[in-house]
Write a protein that binds this ligand. Structure first.
Ligand code: ATP
Ligand code: MG
Length: 588
């Protein structure tokens, strides 16, 4: 547990922790010495010469005072280390979030990450002050007492020396069982917390379909599993707890019997016996609170282990000798890909089905390529591989002739700008959301980006304009407005490669046609990969790639593909029939 604290604190946090441990150990030993001094004090008081008590009493008072001072310093130190712990953990987690491959962030892991960063960091933060101190004193104070007993009665000390390891062994056994049970219960609690979250978050969907009962079903199951884990904890953990308290009672009874018999045969005086019994009560108290503190430490250790596991998760491999892309062309060569987590996070899940198969294409610099295909064909996956959210399973992705794995992360980010299918906005104003891409951009660049995607018209309509608050996740904007904010953000970044994944899906026909024209004009200075279903966008592309079930089945210009009479041609025909009256105007 202490090792884990050192691990999560890292090198910079270890000095204050060292100091804290020294203080806490010192306070615990002094407490033991102070208690031990009670024996001569009692012996003198109850003996024939009560005046002998003064030197002992003075020593006792000095010890008690020193203990109080150290204890005070240890408590203050505990809070200092605690708050440092939370700062360090939050910073390390933020750093780690930045280094982890985006593919790592599945829904479950993201929930775990936020749980760790929130409630668990707070829990760990209180460890040095509230757990470590009682735990250390519950170990060191009894140990000091046992040593001190040697000075007063060697026989008692020897009995204690034999009994103490037995007590600790019983305690360790029961705590190992409890730790395993705690782990199971932690997992069950996490699961029900996730289900509650899912249930609340999905209320609109569940209600729209009148399925609140089903949604409740998963939650019910999780709660039942949690209750079962609770019962298991009590049923299997209880014997350990009971045997520990039984063992302590037994030791006490044994020493009492021995002490009385030694007193009767005259080898132990009554004052010493009384004083030793006082020590014994203190000692058993100490060992029992070790059991309690141990329980808290166990829970904290589980948490620290989970935190450590996330912090030790290998970051995305970065190149040792990064290379710089020569230009803004993109090349996929024989790319195959499967999602590792398709079968869940379990190791023995069946190997995931390949999502992409031998995908080869080239996006020449300053050209526009449209990627089309049915839902689930793997279009978003292609976009993700281009930006190296994940690494390919087979084949290579090159930007400007350089394998993306050999490009430094910053350089790659500077080269590729992405508009995601699922728009995410931060709780802030529209301007803040757009400026994330380039905080230092001047007003002119901002206005230009907004004009290109029609965000300028949205701004005009909103009473607060650029300062409009978007709400959490952009909830206060309409789908189309949100999308335009995210496109403006990508445009402002002004990277040489721009990937638009269904960036116009939420726009109305009129805005979409305007936007399609604007995008086309961008191809004069950027390499564009546009994933789209809308014809007005697709027909303008220099090259169209048709992706079906992870394989590129057709490629060419709009005219080539219509003439070829394949999938694209029938797709085009269906669209033409549906929107016949608009088509004449669209491909202008
Ligand atoms: N994170 C993931 N884990 C596992 N499988 C995934 C993941 N993301 C996508 N898939 C699977 O990969 C396949 C391709 O998904 P992808 O999102 O690339 O399709 P798409 O062509 O973008 O579809 P759409 O047009 O609906 O956006 C699908 O079968 C999908 O189930
Ligand atoms: Mg997609």
């Amino acid at each position: 547990m202490i090792r884990q604290l050192y691990r999560v604190l890292g090198p910079e946090g270890s000095r204050p922790l060292n100091r804290l441990l020294v203080l806490q150990c010192g306070a615990a030993v002094l407490q033991g010495v102070a208690f031990a001094l009670l024996v001569p004090v009692l012996r003198a008081l109850l003996g024939p010469r009560p005046d002998d008590v003064w030197p002992w009493l003075t020593a006792f008072a000095a010890c008690a005072l020193a203990h109080a001072l150290l204890q005070g310093a240890a408590i203050a130190g505990g809070f200092t280390v605690g708050s440092r712990l939370s700062r360090v953990l939050h910073r390390r987690m933020a750093d780690q979030a930045l280094r982890l491959p985006l593919g790592w962030f599945t829904a479950g892991r993201t929930a775990e990450f936020s749980r760790l960063a929130g409630q668990n960091v707070i829990q760990v933060m209180s460890t040095p002050a509230h757990l470590l101190r009682p735990f250390i004193s519950s170990l060191l104070t009894p140990a000091t007492l046992v040593i001190a007993t040697f000075f007063f009665d060697v026989r008692t000390a020897l009995v204690l020396l034999v009994c103490a390891p037995v007590l600790f062994a019983v305690q360790a056994g029961s705590s190992a069982v409890m730790r395993r049970l705690d782990l199971g219960r932690d997992a069950a609690i996490a699961e029900s917390a996730d289900r509650v979250l899912e249930y609340t978050r999905n209320q609109p969907v569940l209600r729209a379909f009148g399925r609140t009962a089903e949604g409740h079903g998963a939650l019910d199951d999780a709660l039942v599993a949690e209750a079962r884990a609770d019962r298991r904890l009590i049923a299997r953990g209880l014997p350990g707890l009971v045997s520990f308290s039984f063992a302590t009672r037994l030791v006490f009874a044994l020493l009492l019997a021995l002490g009385v018999s030694w007193q009767l045969d005259g080898s132990l005086t009554v004052p010493t016996l009384l004083a030793l019994l006082v020590l014994l009560v203190r000692l058993i108290d100490g060992v029992s609170s070790a059991a309690e503190a141990g329980a808290g430490m166990r829970i904290a250790r589980n948490t620290l282990e989970r935190l450590g596991a996330v912090l030790d998760e290998p970051p995305f491999p970065q190149p040792a000798e990064p290379k710089t892309p020569r230009d803004a062309s993109v090349e996929f060569t024989g790319v195959g890909f499967r999602y590792a987590e398709a079968g869940g996070d379990s190791v023995d899940a069946p190997a995931a089905r390949p999502v992409l198969n031998d995908v080869t294409f080239r996006l020449p610099e300053r050209s526009m390529t449209a990627l089309v295909g049915p839902s689930g064909a793997g279009k978003t996956t292609v976009a993700g591989l281009l930006a190296r959210f994940r690494d390919t399973t087979e084949g290579t992705v090159r930007i400007g002739g350089v394998d993306v794995r050999e490009i430094a992360a910053d350089d790659l980010t500077a080269h590729v700008s992405l508009v995601f299918q699922d728009v995410y906005l931060f709780d802030g104003t529209i301007e803040e959301n757009v400026r994330i891409a380039a905080p230092d951009a001047d007003a002119g660049a901002l206005a230009e980006a907004a004009a290109l995607c029609g965000l300028d018209r949205v701004i005009e309509e909103l009473p607060d304009g650029w300062a409009t608050k978007v709400g959490e996740g952009g909830a206060r904007l309409s789908g189309g407005q949100r999308q335009r904010v995210s496109v403006a953000r990508a445009l402002l970044k002004d990277a040489p490669i721009l990937v638009l994944d269904e960036a116009t899906a939420a726009l109305d026909q009129e805005n979409e046609a305007l936007f399609a024209k604007a995008v086309r004009s961008l191809a004069d200075r950027k390499t564009l990969l546009v994933i789209a279903h809308r014809l007005s966008t697709v027909v303008r592309a220099d090259q169209i790639l048709v992706l079906e079930d992870g394989v590129i089945t057709e490629r060419g210009t709009h005219d080539d593909l219509v003439a070829a009479g394949g999938t694209y041609a029938s797709f085009w025909e269906r669209r033409a029939r549906a929107h016949g009256w608009r088509l004449a105007a669209a491909p202008s």
